[in-house]
Design a protein around this ligand. Sequence first.
Ligand code: C2O
Length: 599
Amino acid sequence: MGSTVNSPSTPIIIPSSPLQTSFIPKTSQLSIFKKKKPFNFASKKLVSCKASDRNQNNADSSSINRLDRRDILLGLGGLYGATNLVSDPFASAAPIAAPDLSLCENSTVTSSSSGTSISVPCCPPKTTNIIDFKPPRFSNIRLRPAAHLVDANYLEKFTKAMELMKALPDDDPRSFKQQANVHCAYCNGAYDHVGFPDQPLQIHFSWLFFPFHRFYLYFYERILGKLIGDPNFVMPFWNWDSPPGMVIPDIYVDPTSPLYDEKRNVDHQPPKMLDLDYAGTEELLSKRDQIKSNLSVMYRQMVTYKTPSLFHGAAYRAGDNPSPGMGSVENNPHTAVHRWVGDKREPFSEDMGNFYSAGRDPLFYAHHCNVDRLWNIWKSLPGKKRTDFTDTDWLDSSFLFYDENANLVRVKVRDCLNSRTLGYDYQKVNIPWLKNKPTPRRPGRGSGSGSAMAAEANTETVIRNAFPIVLDKLVRIEVPRTKKSRTKVEKENEEEVLVLQNIRVDRDVAVKFDVYINDEDDETPTEPEDSEFAGSFTNIPHNHHNPGVKLDTNLTLPLSDLLEDLDIERDDNIVVTLVPKEGKGLVSIGNIKIDFVGD
Ligand code: C2O
């Protein structure tokens, strides 16, 4: 039992490389179990990893039984230190320029699991005449309504507008088909960076996410308004962050409506509750528990992310590799909603489950209106760093869209920062998640029995450099901290973050793995409502024109609130647990470290 490395019942995998003692910061070796408020590693007996244990597989049958549930790998993270983010020598290199439409190529869509591949023409009609964007003139701010609250009058207009858009000829850049292709082109490698013919342009996984989608919706809405002769028309938002909105809104599920799309998960029709922590499988939570879980996800992704880069995503400049790192909402729950709606019967999880096809589902636009609304809300929450970037490489990044008159317009990020300058805002509805702060699983742990457990653990913990890690099982890594017990002001100025570097996976694979801090290996899994749940990494399948090149990205998770809530701010180390939920064994991680973000 449990004798073979990599068999499901193996209690632990010990990396074969020798201990790299010289690289290990002194405080990190074993210090996790010597802290004042020890991490109560309930199952430490189970992770017995003394070298001699490798040949004593059956030493403790009860522990092995418990370990059958999870294989555990202990490694040492953060070998390369917990220094401040070094400023990028290429910073302010140049903003991403609007793509050259004449160089647009078909997109390739692949599925590495089935080996299928298709070539999809997503390029827009070409024109050489480009107009620079001017903010619209309007007399009043229009409020985008919550989709579940619209009245019959509104629905009639919206339905008519979508009908007319679907009736436009396919080669009209304002047609439903061409508008869906906009997403495919910007997200599935149809364009390269201007001047960098081998560098695919990807507007996800970076600071371009919010502004790109804001403009995309803006022009979509203008086209719909023009088609029904109502310049004040606004699109609805899918209010999935609030319980009444946690099902697909009724107006989208009538099969006779132009808002309907048959390529959706058949099991997720109303009244099925949306799962904002969705990882490809049904959770079978009660309605009440699902709401609680969803609101906790919302709280974490909105409230605990306090700086521009944590919220928006990583800097992405001309010539950069695509996908440097997602911001909070893009990662979660934005991805979960796409994956939850996408049709599993379809070869590429069409429509919502793959970037190339997501824009073919009218629900996509309501989903993204909510994402866009959350940008406004995030900036309105307290905190001096809840602002947009001031970096001109972000502000001057630009895109091209066809407007309601079929003119090609060049927009810049700086023109969309305030939705009110674009003439719209959102209907005010309750924001229930503001009250759903996650709580520690075991309030007050760390005193009493924890100390005995800690002493025992000292002899049983293997600390190794185990990177890169292939996430084919639960993995635990000890990560050293360099700054402890920081003051309130220090914490306001810089957020302590956990950085997972060089997360590599095929782009066409759906991925979700969860990250827990100092969780305990006991019978019940850590959930979004627990403080120990630091966040998740997710991927929506998509491709670039070089499908062999993997996604290679980073995940940055804020820790300051979590460390405070778990009362572990004075600790030398944290234990990071990574749990693959979807895409098991397909993801590798290059390194894990703690850093400080002050942007
Ligand atoms: Cu551009 Cu929700 O994806």
